[in-house]
Ligand binder design. Structure first.
Ligand code: CMC
Length: 374
């Protein structure tokens, strides 16, 4: 047995997957064999959610059935609605997401059933209810009336409607849909690996997704999209950007929204999201953050050869859409539930307990001295 330590499991292949493939050498990402960019161009989010969960793109009938199921499952229990109203208004919405899925696990009659069929039904419930729970908190913490979901609205339209009481124009909804498609799945990232690790002890899907949400919250993972916006707000205006980013690099600060464990010469999701960020900025007639974006990116590449990751364009895009900054990572959650769930189901299907080793470097055999002699 080798004693070599691979901190952060750097470069270690721990299992196989059919869900997605990250190809940094050709700057590409495929879900079930389809390029994410191609899916963004030709599909809506629900089609991609179906693909990730079922392995194939749906035909019209399959999509209709899937959409009907999702819309039917949107309603929250009275308990969850009352709990959301009681949650501290200062709570981070990621903690609300984590708690909400945990409560869903208490309520779900199939929590103990880990068969693929039961898991698919549970996934649909979590997938449909999570945006509703988050939107309810979005309004409750502002003292606004909670808006019930509408069955005639798509997944994205309904989320806007429940948060803001109206659906924006088609281009904005498409940009949001694209962000959800790009966030849906990304192989063995830390939150997905967390979900698979929890699953590997044969625990349940609600627990695995609860753990995945906690993992996604961190600023080195999904939390980066919020940090990007905090950074852009600190920079304030394009004229400050060059000086600000150079100073940050002189101070050896970690710049959020840049760098990636797998992609070292650019994140394959960025060009598509950058394009939609530009479209949203144009529609909103607000180019300030786009200008800041370009300056910071240029300096990061010139000075450090570090490229933006997908959280860099999504942050300011969600800001321009009107979302509160602490809701950016929860939006990531409502999409990534699909990827996590596909991995959880894959893990159950060919499970092996995930149990790595550690090289011990603490004290060696010591004798216990009785309390009265210590
Ligand atoms: N700003 C400044 N320097 C950086 C950055 C950055 N964002 N990212 C990497 N570096 C430097 C790092 O300091 C190190 O330099 P040195 O070799 O001189 O010590 C070198 O690049 C290698 O970085 P690393 O931390 O060893 O690389 P990693 O693969 O362990 O980390 C990362 C990847 C994503 C944790 C890191 O790039 C980072 O902290 N980025 C900022 C947070 C972020 O944007 N996270 C989102 C990740 S992608 C989407 C998602 O999961 O949500």
């Amino acid at each position: 047995m080798s004693d070599e330590i691979k901190k952060g499991l750097l470069g270690i292949v721990v299992d196989e997957t059919e869900v997605s493939k990250v190809m940094p050498e050709i700057n590409s990402l495929t879900y079930r064999g389809y390029a994410a960019q191609d899916l963004c161009a030709k599909c809506k989010f629900e089609e991609v959610a179906y693909l990730i969960l079922n392995g194939e793109l749906p035909n019209k009938n399959q999509l209709k059935k899937f959409e009907n199921q999702e819309r039917k499952e949107r309603k929250l229990s009275n308990t969850i609605i009352q709990d959301i109203k009681r949650f501290p208004k200062t709570a981070h919405p990621m903690d609300v997401a984590r708690t909400a899925v945990s409560i869903m696990g208490l309520e779900d009659k199939e929590t103990k059933d880990n068969s693929t069929e039961a898991n698919m039904r549970k996934v649909m419930r979590i997938f449909a209810k999570m945006p509703v729970a988050l939107a309810a908190f979005y309004r409750a913490r502002k003292g606004k009336k909670i808006i019930s979901p509408k069955k005639n609205l798509s997944f994205s339209e309904n989320f806007f409607y429940m948060c803001f009481g109206k659906v924006p124009n088609k281009e904005i909804v498409k940009a949001f849909d694209v962000s959800l498609i790009l966030y849906a799945e990304h192989s063995f990232n830390v939150s997905t690996f967390t979900a698979r690790t929890i699953t590997s002890s044969l625990s349940d899907i609600h627990g695995a997704i609860t753990g995945a949400i906690a993992s996604l919250k961190g600023p080195l993972h999904g939390g980066a999209n919020e940090e990007v916006m905090h950074m852009m707000k600190k920079i304030k205006k394009p004229e400050n950007a060059f000086k600000w980013i150079n100073k940050a690099l002189d101070n050896k600060d970690v710049v959020m929204g840049f760098g990636h464990r797998v992609y070292k010469s650019g994140d394959s999701r960025v060009p598509t999201m950058r394009e939609y960020f530009g479209k949203v900025a144009k529609l909103k007639k607000d180019k300030k953050f786009e200008k800041i974006y370009d300056i910071v990116e240029k300096v990061m590449i010139e000075r450090k050869n570090i490229h933006p990751n997908v959280d860099y364009p999504t942050g300011p895009t969600y800001h321009l859409m009107g979302f509160d900054t602490d809701f950016f990572t929860p939006i990531f959650v409502i999409s990534r539930i699909t990827g996590w769930s596909a991995h959880i189901i894959e893990q159950y299907a060919a499970n092996k307990l995930i149990r790595p080793l550690a090289k011990y470097k603490g004290n060696q055999h010591r004798k216990v001295v009785q309390l009265n002699q210590r």
